[in-house]
Design a protein around this ligand. Structure first.
Ligand SMILES: Cc1ncc(COP(=O)(O)O)c(C=O)c1O
Length: 545
C-alpha cells in the first residue's frame, strides 16, 4: 500500500490519493479516486496503476475538468447582470449573421441597434478638430512636416504640440502618470472652471478608461461587504447595479417618479435611507444620474440643492453621473453640475464629498470606443485621495488617446480659433438633430395604443411604459419570459429593431417598459417608426383582452 501511494504521489505531483480500493492497495486491477490540486476529482479505473509511468499514462488519458467552473468562480460575478448587452442583443447578432448568409430569410433586411448609446455605430461622424489633434498626437512626426499645415488646422497643430511637448520624448505610447497626463488634467480643470464659474483643481482629476472604470473604482473604495449600501435610482443605468454586485455591496433602491416626468423626490430618498439603516445597512453613497439614463430627465437646480443638502445632512458621498451634460434638448432646461450648485450654495470641500463622472462617450462627440473619462474628486481627505491614487496606479494609467480626447471635450476650440466655425457647426448639427429625433420618437411612442412616454429632456433614450393586455402577459409567462422581454424579443424577431427590456434597468413592480435610443440616423427614423407602430398594433390586436 505505502509503495503504491508513493508511486502515485510521484506520478501526479500534487495529486493526493483519497481512496484506494477496498483492499487498501493501489495495484493491478484497482481503482483510485484522485483529487488533483484540490479541485478536480476523477475516478481512475485502470488495469494497472502500480507504477508511476503507467499511472501518468492513465491520468493523461482522462478527460480534463477545468479548474475554473461555474461552481468555483466568484459568486458575485454570477449575481452581476448587464442587460444593455444581454440576451436580446446576442439574438440580434445571430440574426445579423443569418441576414448575411441568407439575405431574404427574415421579415426585415437589417438589424437596427437601438439598445445602446453608441452614436458612431449608428453613423454619427466624429468631430474633426478632436480627431485632428488625436491623429497628430498619435503620430507626432507629422508635426514637423510642412505638408501638415496644408491638411490640419493651425489650432489642432498648436494643441497637439502643447500635449506632446509635455510628454517626455513625445512618447504617446508610454504609460502616463496614473491620474493622467498633467496638461490634460490642467485643461480639464480649466474647462470645469469655465463651465461652472468656480475653480477646479487638476489634482482632483483622475482620468479613466471611460466613466465606467471611475464608477468601479469608487465602488471598490466604498464597499467592503454586503453591509455597505449605495442608494441608486430605479430605473438606473445597469453599470451601477452591476458594479455594486461585483464589489459585493447592497443596492438600496429609490424610485424616480414616472408620473412627474421621472422626478427625484427627497421624501422617497429619506424613506429608503431610513429603511436601509433600520435593516442594518450602512449607506455610503447616493448615485444620481443627470441627465438621466434611461429616463432622460434633466434635474432642476432646486432639486439638486435638496439632494446636496440631503447628502450633507446624512453624511453620504454624492456620486454624480454627469456623462450626458451636453445632451439637453428641452427648452428651458439646462444642465447644472452638482459641483457648481454645491459651490453656489456655499458648500465647500468640508461640507460635501462629491465625485463627478464625465466621459468622451456621449455628448455630441460620441467617442465610446476611445474609452476616455474622468472623475473629479472633491471633499475627500488627502489620505483617502492617496488610497484612490493607489487604486488608480494598480491600473497604471488610462489610455492616452482617451485622455487627450477628454481634455479636448472639456476644452474645445474657442471663437477666433481657426477650427471654431467648423467645430461649432458639427457640434450644433449633431445636437439639434438629436433634439429633433427625441421629439419625433416621443410623439410616435405616445401615439401607440397603451403606451405613454415622458419627454426626452436630455441624454439619448426613450423609456416608454407599455400597458400590455393581460393575455400578452400570460403568453409571456407561458414561455418563461417577463412581459417586457417578450415584447422586446417579438419586436426584434418581427422588425429587426433592438431595444432593451425595462427589467434590465429596474422598474416599479407590475409596470413594463423598454429602452430605445434616439440615435438612428434621421432619414431612417420614419421607416423605424412605421415598423415599430405596425408591430405594436398587431401585437395589441393579437392579445387584446
Ligand atoms: C449614465 C451612464 N454612465 C456611465 C456610462 C459609461 O460610459 P463610458 O463609456 O464612459 O464608460 C454610460 C454609458 O452608457 C451611461 O449611460
Amino acid at each position: 500500500m505505502q509503495r503504491g501511494l508513493r508511486a502515485v504521489r510521484r506520478a501526479v505531483g500534487r495529486a493526493t490519493v483519497l481512496c484506494p480500493d477496498a483492499g487498501g492497495a493501489v495495484g493491478v486491477g484497482h481503482q483510485a479516486l484522485l483529487v488533483v490540486a484540490d479541485t478536480t476529482a476523477v475516478i481512475c479505473e485502470q488495469a494497472e496503476v502500480a507504477t508511476s509511468s503507467r499511472l501518468r499514462r492513465c491520468f493523461s488519458a482522462l478527460p480534463r475538468t477545468s479548474p475554473m467552473t461555474i461552481q468555483s468562480i466568484n459568486p458575485k460575478v454570477l449575481k452581476c447582470e448587464y442587460a444593455v448587452r444581454g440576451e436580446i442583443v446576442t439574438r440580434a447578432q445571430l440574426l445579423q449573421q443569418e441576414l448575411m448568409t441568407k439575405p431574404s430569410s427574415l421579415p426585415f433586411d437589417e438589424i437596427v441597434y437601438c439598445n445602446i448609446g453608441n452614436p458612431q455605430a449608428l453613423n454619427q461622424q466624429p468631430i474633426t478638430f478632436f480627431r485632428e489633434v488625436v491623429a497628430l498626437c498619435d503620430y507626432p512626426a507629422l508635426l514637423d512636416k510642412s505638408e501638415t499645415h496644408a491638411i490640419f488646422s493651425s489650432d489642432a497643430i498648436a494643441r497637439a504640440y502643447r500635449i506632446v511637448d509635455s510628454i517626455p520624448g513625445r512618447a504617446t505610447g508610454a504609460y502616463s502618470h496614473s491620474k493622467g497626463i498633467q496638461v490634460c488634467r490642467d485643461d480639464i480643470a480649466a474647462g470645469i472652471t469655465a463651465r461652472d464659474g468656480f475653480p477646479a483643481n487638476p489634482e482632483d482629476i483622475f482620468l479613466t478608461d471611460g466613466a465606467s472604470v471611475g464608477v468601479h473604482m469608487m465602488m471598490q473604495m466604498l464597499l467592503s461587504s454586503e453591509k455597505d449600501g449605495i442608494l441608486c435610482p430605479i430605473p438606473q443605468y445597469p453599470l451601477y447595479s452591476a458594479s455594486i454586485a461585483l464589489h459585493g455591496g447592497t443596492l438600496v433602491p429609490y424610485y424616480l417618479n414616472e408620473s412627474s416626468g421621472w422626478g427625484l423626490e427627497i421624501s422617497d430618498l429619506k424613506d429608503k435611507l431610513e429603511g436601509a439603516r433600520a435593516a442594518g445597512t450602512i449607506v455610503r453613497a447616493l448615485v444620481v444620474i443627470n441627465p438621466g439614463n434611461p429616463t432622460g430627465q434633466v434635474l432642476a437646480e432646486e432639486n439638486q440643492q435638496s439632494i446636496l443638502q440631503f447628502c450633507r445632512d446624512e453624511g453620504l458621498v454624492l456620486l454624480a453621473d454627469e456623462v450626458y451634460q451636453e445632451n439637453v434638448y428641452e427648452e428651458g432646461k439646462k444642465f447644472h453640475s452638482f459641483k457648481k450648485v454645491a459651490r453656489s450654495m456655499g458648500y465647500g470641500d468640508k461640507d460635501i464629498s462629491l465625485i463627478s463622472f464625465q466621459s468622451v462617450s456621449k455628448g455630441y462627440y460620441g467617442e465610446c470606443g476611445r474609452r476616455g473619462g474622468y472623475m473629479e474628486v472633491t471633499g475627500v481627505s488627502q489620505d483617502v485621495k492617496e488610497q484612490l491614487y493607489k487604486v488608480a496606479s494598480v491600473n497604471l494609467c488610462s489610455n492616452i488617446s482617451g485622455q487627450i480626447l477628454m481634455s479636448l471635450v472639456m476644452n474645445p476650440p474657442k471663437p477666433g480659433d481657426e477650427s471654431y466655425e467648423q467645430f461649432a457647426e458639427e457640434r450644433d448639427g449633431i445636437l439639434s438633430s438629436l433634439a429633433r429625433r427625441a421629439k419625433v420618437f416621443t410623439e410616435a411612442m405616445n401615439k401607440l395604443e397603451g403606451v405613454t412616454c415622458n419627454k426626452v429632456e436630455g441624454a439619448m433614450y426613450l423609456f416608454p411604459r407599455l400597458k400590455l393586455p393581460e393575455r400578452a402577459i400570460r403568453a409571456a409567462g407561458a414561455v418563461g419570459m417577463l412581459p417586457d422581454v417578450f415584447y422586446a424579443r417579438r419586436l426584434l424577431d418581427t422588425t429587426g429593431i433592438v431595444v432593451v427590456p425595462g427589467s434590465g434597468f429596474g422598474q416599479v413592480p407590475g409596470t413594463w417598459h423598454v429602452r430605445c435610443t434616439i440615435l438612428p440616423p434621421e432619414e431612417k427614423i420614419p421607416g423605424i417608426i412605421d415598423r415599430l407602430s405596425n408591430f405594436h398594433q398587431r401585437l395589441m390586436d393579437e392579445f387584446r383582452d
